[in-house]
Design a protein around this ligand. Structure first.
Ligand code: TXA
Ligand code: MG
Length: 325
């Protein structure tokens, strides 16, 4: 099948209530029509995801999203500035005939919904031909590292998805930045592929943020602390000399991840990820590739919390913290 046929097939599966994995610029998503609970339920089953963790609804345009979620001035400003792109807005749900248009199963019973317009042309083309939004979490088993290639999806969910659209490797590589605009204060819920600084500049104010979360804490729907964790142990360091000492203590039975080369550190393998956006693009694919016994312990240098470094730091903390408890 060529791409046009694949997209037509994907739209048919979605329309009939089935699952399709598709690429976005951030990570691959596992999609189902967002307006039907029976379809959305299949996502939770396939991922083994708890139903108190709500999903993001994907749209082809700002205008289409406005039929399903209520935008205030701040939301319009951010949507017009950054969509299509790696930004998710949490907004009040729109109701029609006394019913929410996005069902409770997709929002975990919250009266808000996460909405996003992805920028990858293949995703936009898929969404454009549909008269409903597509609910999609990252296409990984719950708690595992998000997929940034079609092969990653095949590796971990291949037997559970009707169709995997292949759009090549994702260009951003970490999930969208999530901003909660459902209340009076604009809050950053998840650092991601759009830099916090760019959002604050557009809004003309700081985003409230509770910072890197403590391990595994679930307070309310939407507050799930996902792990992004590989099976191998991950340890993170701000201080390179501490990392080096740890590598020595491990007799070099480790793999080191850093922005730039660290010549004096003993390790089985040293992976140089580059700075900022380059680090974000490579992070998940690297964690997946290294998730095998020969790796030893992964020792990672944390990037500074600026630009996309904030998201990379967050994902490394999460990958590491699940080992701590
Ligand atoms: O880049 C992305 O955002 C990818 C691609 C596929 O679009 N999707 C993604 O979805 O990362 P997921 O489900 O893996 O992460 C969505 C996060 C979850 O942590 C969820 O708790 C939060 O968004 N979320 C969704 N709806 C929410 C709501 N109404 N209130 C608060 N948090 C919400
Ligand atoms: Mg996810």
């Amino acid at each position: 099948m060529d791409t046009t046929d694949q997209i037509a097939y994907a739209r048919r599966i979605l329309t009939e209530g089935g699952l399709v994995a598709f690429p976005t610029e951030t990570v691959y998503g596992l999609g189902a029509r967002a307006d039907r609970s029976e379809a959305v339920a299949k996502i939770f089953q396939a991922k083994n995801r708890p139903t108190f963790d709500p999903l993001i609804a994907h749209f082809p345009s700002v205008a289409s999203a406005q039929d399903w979620a209520r935008f205030d001035d701040r939301a319009e400003l951010l949507a017009n500035a950054f969509w299509p792109g790696p930004l998710t807005l949490i907004l009040p749900r729109v109701h029609r005939d006394g019913q929410p248009r996005i069902p409770d199963l997709a929002t975990a019973g919250l009266d808000t919904v996460g909405v996003r317009v992805p920028s990858l042309p293949l995703a936009l083309e898929l969404l454009n031909g549909l008269d409903f939004p597509v609910a999609a979490p990252s296409a990984n088993p719950f708690g595992y590292v998000s997929p940034t290639t079609a092969q990653h999806v095949r590796d971990s969910l291949g037997d559970r998805v009707g169709l995997i659209l292949d759009g090549g490797p994702c260009s951003v590589g970490v999930e969208s930045t999530i901003v909660d605009l459902s209340g009076p204060v604009a809050r950053l819920l998840r650092p991601g592929g759009l830099a916090r600084e760019a959002l604050e500049q557009a809004l003309g104010q700081k985003l409230e943020w509770e910072g890197f979360r403590a391990p595994v804490r679930v307070e309310a729907p939407g507050m799930m602390d996902s792990h992004y964790s590989p099976a191998v142990a991950v340890e993170v360091f701000d201080d390179v000399s501490r990392l080096s000492a740890r590598a020595t203590a491990l007799d070099g039975n480790c793999t080191v991840l850093s922005a730039a080369p660290l010549p004096d550190v003993r390790s089985r393998e040293a992976v140089v990820l580059g700075e900022g956006a380059a680090m974000a693009v490579a992070l998940f694919a690297t964690l997946r590739r290294l998730d095998r016994p020969g790796t030893g312990t992964i020792l990672a240098v944390l990037p500074p919390p600026e630009g996309l470094g904030l998201a990379v730091r967050d994902r490394l903390f999460r990958a590491a913290r699940s080992r701590v408890s």
